[in-house]
Write a protein that binds this ligand. Structure first.
Ligand SMILES: Nc1ncnc2c1ncn2[C@@H]1O[C@H](COP(=O)(O)OP(=O)(O)OP(=O)(O)O)[C@@H](O)[C@H]1O
Ligand SMILES: [Mg+2]
Length: 280
């Protein structure tokens, strides 16, 4: 695959000219008996490498449909999708699973962790699928990713022994363990309290500071202000697409909150969380 890391002069650090995501005339129609639902109508969008995009819009506006197509979990019924310069439609099944596993990271509202499995084993899973990493390296990378999200002391806990915010941090460790170029997060803070939400957003900002493109769906305007770009969907169309020149910094806001009686939750410095989970 072509490396497209050409920097535009004056662009934000890590933001390149060649889009990591490019969609044209993207449509998705569901047929339910006689009824046709247009979940997406001819969406045209480019997302550059290194962007942090928030997607918002009312319930049923097509956000998850769009995210599932970006994540190659679902196929559009119209239009084109180029991921990192390659047309997804032209990929074989094997190429598609390889792209999903090696280029993309997923974080969902409901965490989607395996319940009978430790945090460590949950994070190891994407590396096991790859079949090209030695067992000792798998463990090492998973431990590094969990340490990076502040869970180095909780690696043997099962999901039901962790708080919601901690479970979502396990999911983020799992999403970053393969060094993805793009992380897709659909309502990742939807089940979390305010403080945990800011912690989670801080982790995404840290990953983004290391050049990972982040696309995050949120209902909450308060969460969208942490992104550098806001895209709003309505009835399957993009109705707003605007830049945010000065996104709020989660780490700063967290430092300003009153301390909690939860001493193991520490906010990694901006740019810190990605470091330990990435290859040297
Ligand atoms: N599998 C499906 N079969 C039929 N219709 C569907 C299917 N998935 C989604 N839809 C419809 O497509 C439209 C867009 O749904 P989507 O899940 O993308 O919305 P959303 O913006 O993510 O909403 P929410 O904020 O509630 O998660 C809705 O009208 C929904 O009912
Ligand atoms: Mg949704």
């Amino acid at each position: 695959m072509k490396d497209s890391r050409t920097e535009k002069p004056g662009s934000a650090a890590g933001v390149s000219d060649v889009p990591i995501v490019s969609v044209r005339g993207l449509g998705k129609t569901y047929r339910m008996g006689d009824v046709t639902v247009s979940a997406l109508r001819k969406v045209d969008l480019d997302i550059a490498r290194g962007e942090f995009v928030a997607i918002s819009g009312s319930s049923g506006s097509g956000k998850s449909t769009f995210m599932n197509i970006l994540g190659c979990l679902d196929a559009p019924t119209a239009g084109k999708y180029l991921l990192d310069g390659r047309e997804v439609d032209s990929l074989t099944r094997d190429e598609l699973s390889m792209v999903r596993n090696r280029k993309l990271g997923f974080v969902f509202q409901s965490f989607n962790l395996l319940s009978r499995t430790s945090a460590l084993e949950n994070v190891e899973l994407p590396l096991l699928y790859r079949k090209d990493t030695r067992p000792a390296d798998i463990r090492k990378k998973a431990l590094e990713a969990l340490t990076a999200v502040g869970l180095g002391e909780r690696v043997h806990h099962h999901p039901n022994q962790l708080s919601g915010g901690q479970q979502q941090r396990v999911a983020i460790a799992r999403s970053m363990v393969n060094d993805p170029v793009l992380i897709l997060a659909d309502e990742p803070t939807g089940n979390l309290d305010t403080r945990s939400s800011i912690e989670i957003i801080g982790l995404f900002q840290g990953l983004n500071a290391h050049g990972i493109t982040v696309v995050l769906v949120t209902h909450e305007p308060d969460i969208a202000r942490y992104a550098n770009r806001l895209i709003v969907f309505r009835d399957g169309d993009v109705i707003r697409d605007e830049r945010n020149a000065s996104p709020s910094r989660a780490s700063q806001e967290l430092a300003a909150l009153p301390p909690l009686g939860n001493p193991d939750v520490t906010m990694p410095a901006p740019g810190g969380p990605a470091e330990a989970g990435r290859n040297p």
